[in-house]
Write a protein that binds this ligand. Sequence first.
Ligand code: ATP
Ligand code: AMO
Length: 492
Amino acid sequence: SRTWTKIGDLCKDMEGREVLVRGFLHASRGVGRGSFVVVRSSLYTVQCVAFESGGDGGGMSDGGDGKARGIPPAMIKFMTAVPSESVVDVCGTLTVPEKAVEGATQSDVEIQVTKFHCVHKATAAMPFQMEDACRPDLVRETDVGAYDHDANRSGSAAEAGGRVGQETRLDHRWIDLRTPANQSIFRIQSTVCALFREYLLDQDFVEIHTPKLLSGASEGGADVFTLDYFGRPACLSMSPQLHKQMAAACGGFERVFEIGPVFRAENSNTRRHLCEFTGLDLEMAINEHYDEVLDVLGDLFVHIFDGLKSRCGRELQRIKEQHGFDDLLYLKKTLKIDFATGCRLLREAGVDQGDYDDLSTENEKKLGDIVKEKYGTEFYIMDKYPLSVRPFYTMPDPNNPKLSNSYDVFIRGQEILSGAQRVHEPKLLEERARAWGIDVETIASYVDSFRNGALPHGGGGIGLERVVMLYLGLPNIRKSSMFPRDPRRISP
Ligand code: ATP
Ligand code: AMO
């Protein structure tokens, strides 16, 4: 069988070799009696050159310089006429051009075409030009306002600037995904999951899979999608919360994690909410203090950030070219502050913030700026939240009943993880659920699971799309969700 080379692997060392590549036809241009065709695969593009015999390229076949020449005129014509985004195979000799090829990512090599085959012809008109879709973004987070709740505004603003708007991109996501920046974003997302799994497996965590069809809301909230389960009311899981706790604390697994879908019927048209997202959840038994969870979380994220830097250099570069973000500032030993300190820092900066009031999105963002300035990090953990703003399963602070053993993790002033030590006393759990207006009947088996002996435990849940969005400084969560689901969109 023939040997295929990935476009990303083409390099100067292969000079003179016969190569065979497959990719999307990114661009083509006919010149005189020749044709220049740029072929793209994943993050990479390469220019392929073909000239007719006796044309600009010189004599027949091999001119002695390794350049294949003498392509039949009909083939040149065919190459130039193949519609862009068709899938093509190119066979030819790898050469090193005198000058770098402008616009191609594999710019120090070229392919002198000997054979060209159209594998699959693109027949539909392109909704936008790939060239436009690959251009650097004009619209930055600062341009649309950090707290803008109209998720689509960045799209229309982009359209006005002659670039491809977000809605147009999402309507034709299968094409939009082909841009090197999008190829990079989802390779980074995949690497975040790999690093998350890798780190936790190494720390003796067990990967589990909890049900997504539930009899009652797992977060006790109203933001739940309901459905009919053989005549009984049921709902889609709002988090693996109850089952991850049952597995770790009651089922005896001690340390568990899950990567899975999370459904939220939130009618939130913001740039950071989705109706379906991917949860990276973990739950672990603790021996003395919930700090044991915070240590795992701090090290876990540092492992992820370091891993992205060392494994995804080319992806990060492509995203920078299109979206232009600054590297995340983080400390090897993760900064931890408590909620009261956060409130004090805000007040010192002239911001109105009470010690027992929830932090608004805006104040979170302001605190992020203050922390960056004061401690030189854009990644930190804040603990000891007021009990009144945390879910029913959160352990109250034994030293102050108005506070809780809970925490959030922030990147660039926005929440990426929520977590806590959990209540493992059934009586207290029922009390807390009632205080939240939850019908204890609907979570009876969860409460019962703490009646047969349970390990003290805590954990947290991370939103994968938020981590990717904020790490990369992207302006909208829809850019880090492959096929986003929001109140207005359920296709493609
Ligand atoms: P998470 O949902 O990740 O727990 P959160 O708790 O901060 O984060 P929400 O409580 O859902 O998120 O919303 C946070 C803020 O976002 C609200 O205080 C509100 O200002 C704003 N917000 C959310 N949805 C809307 C909306 N549809 N319209 C206007 N503002 C909204
Ligand atoms: P919470 O509801 O805060 O906590 O969710 C955890 C994390 O999930 C992400 N997230 C979202 N991402 C996109 N769209 C949304 N609508 C959305 N809502 C939340 C955020 C958030 O930090 N059971 C707890 C976790 C725990 O205590 O273990 C929970 O679900 O990044």
